[in-house]
Design a protein around this ligand. Structure first.
Ligand code: EPZ
Length: 419
């Protein structure tokens, strides 16, 4: 297992090109199962999670061709069973349930299981499938869905933690081939849901309202092939902006959609950093002493839970007392214990982290646990005294395309070593 060594103290400057969105690519790749015709997807990021999804599609019978960031999927013949050995690697694999139900009227997918950021239930997904007429059974670790005919329905997908992103995706992908109209109330509004809806409409679906709490889907009899460019990854972009805030003298992220990052740029402005947004780029620059902040994670367009760990790293070295409340995944604080090993002063109170900023963190051996927590530890190492050794970096490779190389391009002293 590789390790990343971060030699703290370098100042970051320059610009970096942001990759296509992981959380858009995964459901869009799953959606290619809905047609026999070839679909070509551009800007698919080179990540272990996208590789896992392509393995699953291949296992289900699709032909997959990949040339750098361009992926063509032809799901001419499809079988509807995704077994544990392929699904266990990535919980987003549940995203094939909806397209398999739409295409094959049945699906058997291993239950994803939990992960370090918390129990990852799919009850809302299953509620949506049942509303469309499906029978749902959970047995010996698999979820089985079957429906003689999908019939449109009015479905509320909001759970106690708010909307569900993949649940909205899944139900939308099942409903596009249902008979009649489906209304999803309490839908997730994330840009990645909109990107999926755009792709489905290019395939011949009739979806309106994506990006609002209410999505209306007019069922059609079949879908055809389509070509699509994945939107830029707003969380990767946010991660580099926080790197620029922690240790930068002016860092620009290129090929982004600034309006997808307003909650993140507002937070950085609230810390006192200078933010300059242009059509497809954002620059963060120091602007005096950073200020402490209070943040609460919320569904889009609120502050994203996927940026919570990165902000913890920044606020750990921001003078004063900051408070972060995690409303989406209340247990998503695996990074805190590791940051404390580097000298951060964080007091946990339930799902709230009270952070007393310190002058300096000190480099230390730390362990990555989940995708965003791992990135946060690398960011903290940028400014720490000495060397921070981040192990289990396979977590990072799941969701960041060459994070260490991109940080090196900005001037970080960072190396990846074989452990
Ligand atoms: C997506 O996960 C993202 N993953 C996550 O990003 C992101 O953190 C999350 O949305 C929230 O924005 C992908 O898109 C592949 P949810 P998803 O269903 O869809 C509860 C990353 O780092 N819930 O929106 O699985 C759930 O427990 C990853 O890139 C139910 O109760 O998340 C959570 O508390 C991590 N029942 C809340 O809803 C359900 O059936 C939001 O979860 C489904 C979810």
């Amino acid at each position: 297992m590789d390790k990343i060594l971060v030699h703290g103290g370098n100042s970051l400057a320059g610009s970096i090109k942001i990759s296509g969105s992981k959380n858009s690519a995964l459901p869009i790749l799953a959606a290619t199962l809905l047609t026999r015709e070839p679909c070509t997807i551009h800007r698919v990021p080179d990540l272990s999670d996208t590789h896992y999804m392509l393995q699953i599609l291949t296992h289900l019978g699709a032909q997959v061709e990949r040339a750098s960031g361009i992926v063509t999927v032809t799901a001419d013949k499809v079988q509807s069973v995704a077994p544990y050995e392929v699904v266990r690697k990535m919980r987003a694999s549940v995203g094939v349930l909806g397209p398999l139900l739409g295409r094959c009227k049945e699906a058997t997918v291993s239950l994803p299981g939990g992960c370090v950021i918390g129990d990852r239930p799919i009850d809302l997904h299953l509620r949506g499938f049942e509303a469309l007429g499906a029978a749902v059974r959970v047995e010996s670790g698999n979820v089985k869905v079957f429906v003689p005919k999908l019939v449109g329905a009015v479905i509320n997908l909001r759970g106690k933690f708010g909307p569900t992103v993949l649940g909205t995706d899944n139900v939308m992908m099942a409903a596009v081939l249902a008979e009649g109209t489906t209304v999803i109330e309490g839908a997730a509004q994330e840009p990645e849901v909109c990107d999926l809806a755009d792709f489905l409409n290019k395939m011949g679906a009739k979806i309106e309202g994506a990006g609002t709490r209410r999505i209306i889907i007019e069922g059609v009899s079949e879908l055809h092939g389509a070509e699509h460019d994945i939107i830029p990854d707003r969380i990767e972009a946010g991660t580099f902006l926080v790197a620029g805030a922690i240790a930068g003298s002016g860092v620009t992220v290129n090929r982004v959609e600034p309006n997808h990052l307003t909650a993140i740029t507002n937070a950085l402005s609230g810390c006192g950093f200078k933010i300059e947004a242009k059509k497809q780029s954002i620059t963060v620059s120091p602007n005096g002493a950073p200020k402490p902040l209070e943040i609460t994670t919320e569904p889009y367009p609120g502050f994203p839970t996927d940026m919570q760990a990165q902000m913890c790293a920044l606020l750990s070295t921001t003078d004063g007392i900051s408070v972060i409340t995690e409303n989406i995944f209340p247990q998503r604080y695996m990074h805190v214990a590791e940051l404390k090993r580097m000298g951060a002063q964080v007091q946990m109170e339930g799902a709230t982290a009270v952070i007393q900023g310190v002058e300096h963190l000190t480099g230390a051996p730390v362990m990555a646990s989940d995708l965003r927590a791992s990135a946060a530890l690398v960011l903290a190492g940028l400014k720490a005294d000495g060397i921070t050794e981040v192990s289990r970096v396979y977590h990072i490779d799941r969701g960041y395309e060459h994070l260490d190389e991109k940080l090196s391009e900005l001037g970080a002293h960072i190396e990846r070593v074989k452990a």
